[in-house]
Design a binder for this molecule. Sequence first.
Ligand SMILES: Cc1cc2nc3c(=O)[nH]c(=O)nc-3n(C[C@H](O)[C@H](O)[C@H](O)COP(=O)(O)OP(=O)(O)OC[C@H]3O[C@@H](n4cnc5c(N)ncnc54)[C@H](O)[C@@H]3O)c2cc1C
Length: 476
Amino acid sequence: MSLTPELSPQPRLLIVGGGYAGFHIAKALQTKVKDRGGVVTLVDPLPYMQYQPFLPEIVGGHIEGRHAVVDHQTHLKDTEVVRGTVVKVEHARKVATVRGEDGAEFELPYQDVVMTAGATTRVFPIPGLGENGIGLKTVEEAVALRNQILERLDAASLSTDAEERRRALTFVVVGGGFAGIETVAEMENVIRTAVERNERLSQSEVRIVLVEAMGRIMPEVSEDQAENVVKHLQDRGIEVLLNTSLGDATGRVMTLTDMKSEDKAVKEKFPADTLVWTAGVAANGVAKQTDFPVEQRGRIEVTPTLQVKDGESGVLEGAWGCGDVCAVPDLTGSGPGGFCVPNAQHAVRQAKQLAANYMAVRHGEGEVAEYVHKSLGAVAGLGFLKGVGNPMGLKINGVPAWLAHRGYHIYAMPTLERRFRIASGWIAETLFGRDTTSVSGQDTPFNAFRAAAGVELEPVRFEQRERDTAQAEPAI
Ligand SMILES: Cc1cc2nc3c(=O)[nH]c(=O)nc-3n(C[C@H](O)[C@H](O)[C@H](O)COP(=O)(O)OP(=O)(O)OC[C@H]3O[C@@H](n4cnc5c(N)ncnc54)[C@H](O)[C@@H]3O)c2cc1C
């Protein structure tokens, strides 16, 4: 444990996680808390909040990766921003342990804490998945996936080995929820455009496969809409395999199993260089590194007032939480198991309610109220000018759904400055067409200088590349 860095001595409201919920809470409270002699401290390993609903748009190349993030330091001027990971919260002592960028740990005392550490990709122990797959939960993953797709197309176009070409031109997405469907649709769009522009490739060589373990996709929309989406994807040449799961991905050979057969028989086995995993999320593991009550799905238990529970009916003084890391009761009765689904629509509204309740409890300003929000429905973009959704219960498809998707998300993106940057990407694409430039060289930025300096470089083949999963710190 190193010495505590020079941080504010004021009574601290500590926010653990500056994502969609944490960012909004800091924005709502930073000046109010400061004016009352306290300080809002936001701890996050990332220097920015990322707006995850825009990740598929980054894969599709409609917007730039950095445009879907909002810098903490720039936009939270009255907040004490700490770049680090909270590894433990001891509420009994009112102290959090933070691991800084250089790996050293220090203790951060607080008066009040807000848990908004979100969720992580839910991964199952499938052989080869960790080594060969990529998730879609971060901007970095979205940018890397787009680069990989374009780089694999280039590699295939120069290969005379039929097996190598087939492997490079096969793309698999696992998970038929909103994120998976939006991702596979955007991938199809960018792949088709890039293939069209490369005369050494043909569309018939490309294989795009969506794998879903359940008998249907997109539980958020009605069954007939989901069936229409399946048909729409199939019309675009995407193979939609329902009741199918990924059993093995060792050596980038995908083994798919039939979920309907009793012995989970192998359905198909084929090589694929690109494997995207979007099969759900799990509450951030930091929830279990606290002395807060955690339910069986790993989420912190909170009351409808967004205070951490103490026993059956009480609340823990000074402890709050909302967003994907918490089990927030859904008082409308429509959430699965009685809890709000983990989405941005809830996270931002919970953040607003939590900030108001905090002011009422800590400073006696206003009334404490319970969080109630009836879902506005959902809209998904399925690539340029295509979409599906049921906003306010109204079933819409095609261009109207796509417009609703873009309109809603640009409205929900924090700050005018970011909205403007996103809109400028959309306008540029409309005027000049889809951008199929790959910047995969960003993974090896030192090579050009090393080559110039005469440092010998080993050519690294795609399959030998070190994957960051091998070096990643263990999740907490
Ligand atoms: C591809 C994709 C598409 C989506 N599309 C939609 C959509 O169309 N509509 C919708 O409503 N929702 C959508 N969502 C879900 C939505 O983005 C999330 O529900 C929302 O971001 C949750 O907000 P949050 O603040 O709880 O968590 P997050 O926004 O994930 O923020 C958590 C923050 O905590 C930080 N953190 C993590 N661990 C620690 C730690 N130990 N210490 C400190 N900080 C930590 C993280 O770095 C992050 O900044 C989508 C999600 C994805 C991945």
